[in-house]
Ligand binder design. Structure first.
Ligand code: P1T
Length: 380
């Protein structure tokens, strides 16, 4: 079955009792048992819920994995992956990450005796160099948030395998429509389903997909033990989003390509970061390992903080808001908003300056979006 068909059908057979074409929202906390221990596969909704099962099966199939787990947020999914580790273990991570991922590493799990080191991820050799006896996991994002660096997934997965490390890849930006990390040798994929998978900025959710039974069973155990599960209504919303993922991603990308080219030519813009641009340093690698370049663009204004604030406040269609991946376009200031939890010296060393802006290109008419950006740039 092809991607578009799987998104609409896997895990979503018509409901047997009534024929309802959509998976019902099983709004229930518990399930009646015939006699103690005799039930229909569901005991309690922290452990399992049929609406969640449908979502988990569909997500697993889209990522070409065997097992899916859905969570109440991307961060709950990330936290559960980290539950595979024990005190003393080390994670080698790419240096550019969602600010909340950096925060959970440094401000939560470091206190439990995990160690995190960060490497410049565009050269796979940097990961190998950082590996020590304590290293257990490699953590990746590609394209990274917010610098849109591209990591060679096959090369890093191979290094991880050679050193018997668990490789984890946050596929939120690309989505499985454009990139399938498990097919390139990655062990575990995580998602913030809040973004493109949900697609309508109306739900917070997360997911894990893997084909490794041992990791799956441990993470499923931790999911139930810790309890960061999504409610059935949220599962329904993500499932509904998945049905149109392929259609939306095509439109997102078409608009993003045009906007990246527009920004690149604009005199008030110093630099545009978008893997779909030919002058992106890893454009060729992106073209090789992705089926499309996504819809997140970062750029640096020829200005200062005041200019960036004027730009962001002037926009009308691009809403000034954290998050990304919805049908509506968003714009944000990573240094003050999504990546404020990175210390200033880390932000500076990465190049997330006060004039650095990130946009999530929606599926509105691209001419309207360009007019909006023009009016914002006019006041920079
Ligand atoms: O917000 P939540 O669903 O918990 O997902 C966290 C998360 C995980 N991974 C990546 C790559 C992310 O971008 C995020 C959330 N990011 C934003 C809110 C943002 O604006 O970048």
């Amino acid at each position: 079955m092809k991607f578009e068909t799987k998104a609409i059908h896997v895990g979503q057979a018509p409901e047997p009792a009534t024929g309802a074409i959509n998976v019902p929202i099983f709004q229930t906390s518990t399930y009646v048992q015939k006699s103690p221990g005799t039930h229909k596969g569901y005991e309690y909704s922290r452990t399992g819920n049929p609406t969640r099962t449908a979502l988990e099966e569909c997500l697993a199939s889209l990522e070409e994995g065997k097992y899916g787990l859905a969570f109440a947020s991307g961060m709950a999914a990330i936290s559960t992956v980290l539950n595979l580790l024990k005190t003393g273990d080390q994670v080698v991570s790419c240096d550019d990450l969602y600010g909340g991922t950096y925060r959970i590493f440094e401000k939560v799990y470091r206190d439990y005796g995990l160690d995190f080191v960060y490497v410049e991820p565009t050269n796979p050799a940097t990961f190998e160099k950082a590996i020590t006896k304590k290293t257990r996991m490699v953590w990746l994002e590609t394209p990274t948030n917010p610098l849109l660096k591209i990591v060679d997934l096959k090369a890093v997965a191979k290094i991880a395998r050679k050193h018997k490390l668990i490789s984890v890849m946050d596929n939120t930006f690309a989505t499985p429509y454009f990139q399938k990390p498990l097919t390139m040798g990655i062990d575990i994929v995580v998602h913030s389903t809040t973004k493109f998978l949900g697609g309508h900025s109306d739900v917070i959710g997360g997911a894990i997909v893997t084909s490794n039974k041992k990791y799956y069973e441990r993470m499923k155990f931790c999911q139930n033990a810790v309890g960061g599960v999504p409610g059935p209504m949220d599962c329904f919303l993500v499932l509904r989003g998945l049905k149109t993922l392929s259609v939306r991603m095509k439109e997102h990308e078409k608009n993003a390509k045009k906007i990246a080219l527009f920004l690149q030519k604009h005199p008030k813009v110093k630099k545009v970061l978008y893997p779909g641009l030919k002058n992106h340093p890893q454009h060729k690698l992106a073209a090789k390992q992705m089926d499309g370049f996504g819809a997140i663009i970062s750029f640096v204004l020829k200005s200062n903080l005041a200019g960036a604030k004027r730009f962001l406040s002037k926009l009308k269609l691009f809403a000034l808001a954290e998050s990304l991946g919805g049908v509506e376009s968003l714009a944000e200031h990573p240094a003050i908003m999504t990546h404020a939890s990175l210390p200033k010296n880390v932000r500076d060393s990465l190049g997330i300056s006060d004039s650095f802006v990130r946009i999530s290109v929606g599926i509105e008419n691209v001419d309207d979006l360009i007019e909006d950006l023009k009016s914002g740039l006019a006041v920079v």
